[in-house]
Design a protein around this ligand. Structure first.
Ligand SMILES: [Zn+2]
Length: 337
């Protein structure tokens, strides 16, 4: 009985080991035959029940079997390990390497970094506020009273009667002035939201940078000088610019700054609507009512504020015609910058 089993296992083992090709199969074979609950061990358990006279003889046979199988196993293991390591050496070293794509900053981040660095060079710090803003900070404190028609200038996402997704970065001015006494000089970058139809020229979400400088004797001339210096550093020294009167509820007087259209160099083209000029930002002297709302003495202090769309000035700088490409994550667009 036991003798038969021994012969069977011997036969099976020799067939199975001749089919071994890799480490995994080798390990499976080792577990099947040589582990604690393996086939060889099971034979030794059967030995206990064997006839007393036969036991010594059978014990000998079993020991021989075990060392025979173990020897065969060791030989095959050596062969497998040799062929596995030779597989690793079998590499074509002349093949070109794999190209790894290196990430880079998004063009809007690069543009904002450049704006920050220019204004930091002129003594501005950076201050940020939340995107979910109170109606009061977004409108009322900025001199947009309820029912004021100027509110219609900005289509608003209302979250509740009290809260909105901020429509501009101007409410951060209010937060800054409530937190700090003059002088304050900071830029305030961030994301803003407008409930507008999405097109090549407008998007429901975009980025702005707001600027604010409040101190005694701040003049409109300083505002013009600061913005001219910014525009020249950002777009190039040969740039021509002009200021045009405009209207914003929170500044008085208000202006918009234009730069020479660099597509047509001022001659007039489709992009500049044949005016030769491109608007890049809005600005003005802070309205005294705004100072009242943050408890600044409007007899003592004057200040200026300005705001620009980051997408817009990047579009003008790089000749990008559609605002939607900034948010589509198309690698073909992004990798150009
Ligand atoms: Zn033009």
């Amino acid at each position: 009985m036991l003798q038969e089993k021994i012969e069977q296992i011997k036969k099976d083992f020799s067939i199975e080991i001749s089919n071994i090709n890799n480490d995994k199969q080798l390990e499976e074979l080792r577990v099947k035959y040589f582990s604690k609950n393996g086939l060889v061990a099971s034979l030794f358990i059967l030995l206990k029940d064997a006839n007393k006279d036969e036991k010594p003889q059978l014990g000998k046979v079993l020991n021989t079997l075990r060392s025979e199988l173990q020897n065969q196993f060791n030989i095959v293991r050596e062969q497998v390990s040799k062929s596995e390591s030779s597989k690793n050496i079998n590499v074509d070293l002349s093949l070109p390497g794999l190209e790894r794509n290196v990430g880079s900053k998004h063009i809007l981040t690069q543009t904002l970094d450049e704006i920050k660095s220019i204004f930091k060079g002129m003594g501005f710090s950076v201050f940020e506020g939340p995107e979910l803003e109170s109606d009061y900070n977004n409108f009322e404190a900025l001199n947009f009273p309820p029912d004021h028609p100027a509110r219609d200038m900005q289509d608003t996402f209302f979250i509740s009667d009290e809260f909105v997704l901020r429509t501009h970065t101007s409410p951060v001015q209010i937060r800054l002035m409530k937190e700090q006494k003059p002088p304050v000089r900071a830029i305030m970058p961030g994301r803003v939201y407008r409930n507008e139809a999405v097109s090549s020229r407008s998007y429901c979400m975009f980025h702005q940078v707001e600027g604010l400088y409040v101190d005694t004797d701040v003049t409109f001339a300083e505002l013009k000088g600061t913005l001219a210096s910014f525009a020249k550093q950002f777009y190039g020294n040969n740039l021509k610019f002009r200021f045009r009167p405009s209207f914003f509820p929170f500044t008085e007087p208000s202006a918009e700054m234009d730069i020479t259209c660099f597509i047509c160099n001022g001659a007039g083209c489709k992009i500049c609507k044949h005016t030769g000029w491109l608007e890049i930002l809005g600005c003005g002297m802070v309205d005294p009512n705004v100072f009242d709302n943050v408890n600044y003495d409007n007899e003592k202090y004057t200040g200026y504020a300005f705001g620009m769309g980051i997408e817009r000035i990047a579009m003008l700088k790089y000749g990008i015609k559609d605002i939607r490409v900034f948010f589509e994550n198309d690698y073909r667009f992004l990798k150009q910058f």
